[in-house]
Design a protein around this ligand. Structure first.
Ligand SMILES: Nc1ncnc2c1ncn2[C@@H]1O[C@H](COP(=O)(O)OP(=O)(O)OP(=O)(O)O)[C@@H](O)[C@H]1O
Length: 232
């Protein structure tokens, strides 16, 4: 089943075609990676999907409904959660309270669901710690817990492994494998090992347009992708 479908999605900044007529579908339960060179439009594209930036033209359907003009907070309620490159953790609050805020936003059972989200990412033992004192890697994991606390249908992760150590990347990959297929995952990622390991399908953006979509094998073998991004 198709969970999300974008048609002709467009966002220009002045003369710059950041996202330019993108057609894109997400199948329910898949791990889908979005890759491409710096400035290709990946963050802008997912910002359009979650409503952080308004669409100029084109449409987005999510779970059968047109969400093109829906405000971001209502998309969250419909099941789209996201974590962005820039850390969203409240540094002065405890780990527990950071996640509790996300649970509260959804109107869930505060203590139980907060604890469950923390256990899921392996942060339960640090529940009482002030978030700002966590290592960088743990803060990134906390962000994912905050996203999961929303119990999303779709979790969008923008460069989640950036700055993580190798062992933390392995933990992250295990976590993503555990949350599908209940949660569909859209992953912006520059680390090609992570992409090839996790993704069932990959979409390559280049200059705001879709260059290719396919399985990891097909994308790796695609000459246009090699020329634009993989440096083959
Ligand atoms: N608010 C904005 N105003 C003007 N230009 C913008 C804005 N946001 C993004 N851009 C430009 O749009 C283009 C696409 O940027 P975007 O951040 O979406 O690319 P990206 O593929 O996510 O890049 P990276 O891999 O470096 O994160 C870039 O040229 C960027 O400078």
């Amino acid at each position: 089943m198709t969970l999300l479908e974008a048609r002709g999605l467009t966002r220009h900044f002045g003369g710059l075609k950041a996202v330019d007529g993108v057609d894109f579908t997400l199948a329910e339960g898949e791990i889908h990676a979005l890759i491409g060179p710096n400035g290709a439009g990946k963050t802008t594209f997912v910002s359009l999907l979650c409503g952080r930036i308004p669409v100029q033209s084109g449409s987005i359907r999510f779970d059968g409904a047109d969400i093109t003009r829906m405000p971001a907070h209502r998309r969250v309620r419909r099941g789209i959660a996201y974590t962005f490159q820039i850390t969203q953790v409240f540094a002065n609050l405890t780990v527990f309270d950071n996640v509790a805020l996300a649970v509260q936003r959804r109107g869930g059972h505060l203590a139980e669901e907060t604890q469950a989200a923390l256990s899921r990412v392996g942060l339960a033992e640090r529940a009482g710690q002030i978030a700002g004192t966590l290592s960088y890697g743990h803060q990134r994991v906390l962000e994912i817990a905050m996203g999961l606390a929303l119990q999303p249908r779709l979790l969008i992760l923008d460069e989640p492994t950036q700055g993580l150590a190798n062992a933390e990347i392995e933990t992250f990959k295990d976590l993503v494998r555990q949350i599908v297929p209940e949660t569909t995952v859209l992953l912006i990622e520059h680390n090609m090992d992570v992409v090839m390991d996790l993704a069932q399908r990959i979409t390559v953006l280049n200059f705001g347009e879709v260059l290719a979509t396919g399985t990891p094998e097909a994308i790796r073998a695609n000459p246009a992708v090699q020329a634009a991004y993989l440096g083959g």
